[in-house]
Unconditional design. Structure first.
Ligand SMILES: Cc1cc2nc3c(=O)[nH]c(=O)nc-3n(C[C@H](O)[C@H](O)[C@H](O)COP(=O)(O)OP(=O)(O)OC[C@H]3O[C@@H](n4cnc5c(N)ncnc54)[C@H](O)[C@@H]3O)c2cc1C
Length: 388
């Protein structure tokens, strides 16, 4: 059993870190302050091959493993959580469903641009009345004259309303099952479809440089072949997509904890009170030590889950590992940002110090792609408990 990533993964980490340090870190505070989604930098991420890490070579991807994607998300997240989630959502929620469930025609039509970072895709599951309980969604798609006509609205959709957005995979009711429950399918809706509207971006607590919109679909007509995979399999497709996404969110949380650790270690050595660096005081040094423990434990759980995915492990084992990694890493990230802000004292409360931005950015990690409560539910069920 090895607890180290391969030499290739570590070399790859080095190249992503260099890019993140040079092209993202110097601008992260300004993008955050201005709520600016940096389209040109996203294109550069595409040129570096980050969006195509796990895509097959025939569509322009690198055909690489899931672990590499986690490494890239961790490294972007270490300097800027907004760019980390942009990559995570673009691949995990945008490309992944098309790559996994799409027809050959879907893949040839959409993947090359998405993989190259010339385009972004969104994942439209959540609605005002349906988040954790996605089965309660109300958006409808009806077949008329060889076209799906989609009506409804979606909420909190990442990468859905910027200059690069080309398509959104929309979960919609397409009928009723024989057991009386709604039949849910996934329809791919191009962003230039008449009736598809990305409403003004949200004013969020964090992830200011990430692109998040409510969507309105009014008689949005797309050809019948825009059905993704099998009719009626929409919910299963979205849930499978979220299992992978949870590990990727855990990697983003690891980047956040690592940033807190590095910033706090440095500050504890520089800041003096009572004539000595604060790191000489056990009260501070122990907090920094706790950050190291959180980083190590969260990273180990995350890459264990990624390794299970790469080894095509039994689905139940992977699902359990993904939920455990997401729960632990994201809750630790929230704790880590609180600890780091404390180490920085009053300066930690000032926006000119990155710990303040990480503090605001961390909270949503416990919410997106399944809340902490939903992770606990999945884990308890995995243990055989009949939890509702
Ligand atoms: C910035 C951001 C980006 C997002 N991006 C996307 C995206 O790209 N695509 C997309 O489809 N969605 C996206 N989401 C939506 C996100 O996945 C949902 O917000 C999340 O799943 C929770 O759903 P909800 O907000 O409706 O909360 P609710 O489901 O209403 O939950 C409210 C509270 O009740 C708790 N709760 C609910 N059910 C249970 C239960 N059975 N047991 C115990 N507790 C429970 C929850 O844990 C939570 O604490 C995004 C959200 C945010 C904030």
């Amino acid at each position: 059993m090895s607890f180290q990533l391969s030499r290739e993964h570590e070399e790859f980490r080095g190249s992503v870190r260099e890019f993140a340090q040079d092209r993202i870190a110097p601008h992260a505070a300004e993008w955050d302050k201005k709520h600016h989604f940096p389209v040109e930098t996203v294109r550069e991420m595409g040129e570096l091959g980050l969006f195509g890490l796990t895509a097959p070579e025939e569509y322009g991807g690198a055909g690489g493993d899931f672990t590499s994607l986690c490494v890239a998300i961790e490294e972007l997240g270490r300097v800027d959580q907004s760019m980390g989630i942009t990559l995570e959502a673009a691949v995990g929620l945008g490309i992944n469903p098309l790559q996994t469930f799409g027809s050959e025609e879907h893949k040839q039509r959409w993947l090359p641009d998405l993989v190259a970072g010339r385009a972004l895709a969104g994942f439209g599951l959540t609605e005002a009345g349906a988040g954790s309980d996605a089965s309660g969604l109300r958006t409808r798609a009806e077949l008329h004259d060889g076209h799906w006509v989609v009506n409804g609205s979606k909420q909190f959709i990442t990468n859905s309303g910027n200059d690069l957005t080309t398509v959104v995979s929309v979960a919609a009711r397409t009928g009723q099952r024989s057991d009386g429950r709604p039949e849910i399918s996934t329809i791919v809706v191009p962003a230039d479809t008449p009736g598809f509207v990305a409403e003004p971006a949200y004013d969020k607590l964090g992830w200011h440089a990430s692109d998040t919109h409510p969507l309105t679909l009014t008689d949005a007509r797309v050809p019948a072949d825009h059905l993704l995979g099998e009719r009626g399999r929409g919910l299963a497709q979205f849930l499978a997509t979220l299992d992978d996404g949870r590990v990727a969110i855990a990697a983003l949380a690891v980047g956040c904890i690592q940033a807190c650790l590095e910033l706090s270690t440095r500050y504890a050595g520089e800041r003096t009170t009572f004539s000595v660096p604060i790191g000489r005081k056990q009260g501070v040094a122990f907090q920094v030590a706790d950050l190291a423990v959180m980083a190590e434990a969260a990273r180990t759980l995350t890459y264990k889950a990624a390794a299970l995915k790469d080894a095509a492990a039994r689905h139940d084992d992977f699902k359990q590992a993904a939920a455990i990694a997401k729960l632990y890493a994201t809750e630790s990230a929230v704790t880590a940002t609180r600890v780091a802000t404390q180490v920085f004292g009053g300066y930690g409360f000032m926006e000119e110090y990155p710990v303040a931005r990480f503090y605001r950015d961390a909270k949503v990690l416990e919410i997106g792609e399944g809340t902490s409560e939903i992770q606990r539910m999945v884990i308890a069920r995995g243990l055989g408990l009949p939890v509702e």
